[in-house]
Design a protein around this ligand. Structure first.
Ligand SMILES: NC(=O)c1ccc[n+]([C@@H]2O[C@H](COP(=O)([O-])OP(=O)(O)OC[C@H]3O[C@@H](n4cnc5c(N)ncnc54)[C@H](O)[C@@H]3O)[C@@H](O)[C@H]2O)c1
Ligand SMILES: [Zn+2]
Length: 406
């Protein structure tokens, strides 16, 4: 037996030194570094492209396992290519095909993913979950990964425009609960987010417009050049033009992603509640699920943005001309400016809920000139009513009719 001399790290108290309670306090401080790559790539499902293989640790020789959770629609469209890719890279995949619409964004779906992880017996650190789908699946699978053994590595492959410029590139996960959007959720970074615009070719136009709402948001709060670019190109933005990813579309998508990451990176856990990316997300979370039929996320954001444009005009943060330009861009993107659930009363309720979410203050982001943002805490009910009138008057004038009940 080898004799060892135990040494006590300096600075630690011995059992004898420990004072009797009360008066015993430990302070634990730790930091968790977070780093992940967001890559814009082409031909992600072409076996010649190693990006996805690398993300699951496959080298094409030794067998590697992964759980791939795919949106049902994406599986119908890209399932063969996905399977071919992983076969080429000698990856042993357990497949889970799930629905990817807002009404399926539930805790049950999260549990469903964790069950598949258990069935597969996924290794805790070296085997990855890959999520391929829209924003809904990004949020559901990200949440499952964050809960499973308190955190399992996962890779995001967003396939909708919302997914590619927003839900797929950040660290938020979540599900709806009651009538509340994303009421349950976590912050949990993926290992990588791989974005291939080719997936957008099959996305219906309504869902392209849905994603454009988040891009217009970035333009309004921080990127005047993107705003101008959108004004020039919006009429040509389609699933095909985005998938072709020519110079203009590539600039639109990459400016949107870069702007989003620039805002998220210094505030990943939302320690600071003044978040410019919450623009258009003040009233919409309470109203998105109230609409019948429900609004898409980006549609609710668009109506919320229209109110905020009008609020900014009311405070002279935006000239009337710029406010009209902003409303015109939202409408040209195929998005609504008004909706029957966005009444003055419900806007007040939405704002009250946002105040709770933002820890007691409105912290309402407004455009301060196109491409810049301020936060206000003193919006009144009367201002909200006037803002709605401003938007309705614009819609009425644009339609050449009184649009007050639209
Ligand atoms: N976590 C975040 O930071 C964050 C940010 C923005 C949005 N979100 C969430 O994202 C969700 C909205 O995402 P979404 O708009 O992508 O919705 P979604 O995931 O429901 O996808 C929309 C529809 O497109 C289908 N689909 C997906 N990819 C396709 C493709 N390539 N071709 C054809 N059809 C395809 C889906 O099956 C679905 O029917 C909302 O729940 C929202 O809260 C989260
Ligand atoms: Zn959003």
């Amino acid at each position: 037996m080898t004799e060892t001399t135990a040494t006590r790290p300096t600075g630690l108290t011995t059992a004898f030194d420990i004072p009797r309670p009360p008066g015993l306090t430990w302070y634990v401080q730790a930091q968790q570094p977070v780093g992940y790559e967001v890559s814009l790539t082409r031909g992600l499902l072409n076996p010649a492209n190693p990006a996805l293989a690398k993300a699951v640790g496959a080298d094409g020789r030794s067998g590697v396992r992964a759980l791939v959770v795919v949106d049902r629609v994406v599986d119908e469209l890209y399932g063969t290519a996905l399977r071919g890719y992983f076969t080429a890279w000698q990856t042993d995949v357990t497949w889970l095909v799930m629905p990817g619409d807002e009404e399926t964004k539930t805790l049950d779906q999260v549990v469903e993913v964790t069950r598949a992880m258990t069935r597969m017996g996924i290794l805790r650190r070296t085997e990855r979950v890959v999520v391929v789908g829209g924003g809904v699946l990004m949020d559901v699978v990200g949440m499952a990964a964050s809960l499973y053994r308190r955190g399992a590595p996962y890779v995001r492959v967003p396939t909708t425009l919302v997914g590619q410029v927003d839900a797929g590139v950040g660290v938020k996960t979540g599900v709806n609960h009651g009538t509340h959007k994303n009421r349950l959720g976590t912050y949990f970074a993926p290992e990588a987010a791989l974005i291939d615009p080719e997936f957008l070719r099959t996305v219906p136009q309504r869902h392209i417009a849905n994603g454009l709402a988040e891009i217009i948001k970035m333009a309004l709060i921080k990127d005047a050049s993107l705003f101008k670019l959108l004004e020039e190109t919006v009429a040509h933005i389609s699933s095909d033009s985005l998938a072709d990813c020519g110079a203009a579309m590539s600039e639109v998508v990459s400016r949107a992603i870069a702007g989003m990451l620039d805002e998220l990176e210094p505030n990943l856990w939302e320690g600071v509640l003044e978040r410019s990316v919450d623009y258009g997300h003040t009233f919409s979370p309470s109203l998105e699920l109230r609409a019948d039929p429900p609004l898409l996320h980006g549609e609710a954001v668009a109506v919320d943005m229209a109110v905020c444009v009008a609020l900014a005009a009311g405070r002279q943060y935006l000239t009337t001309e710029d406010a009209h330009r902003a409303l015109a861009l939202i409408a040209a993107a195929g998005l609504p400016l008004t909706h029957p659930v966005f009444t003055a009363e419900l806007l007040q309720l939405g704002l009250a809920d946002a105040v709770k979410h933002r820890d007691g203050q409105q912290r309402l982001p407004l455009t301060d000139g196109i491409g810049s943002c301020v936060f206000v805490n003193d919006v009144t009910a009367a201002e909200l009513s006037r803002a709605l009138e401003f938007v309705h008057a614009y819609v009425g004038a644009a339609d050449g009719v009184d649009g007050s009940d639209r």
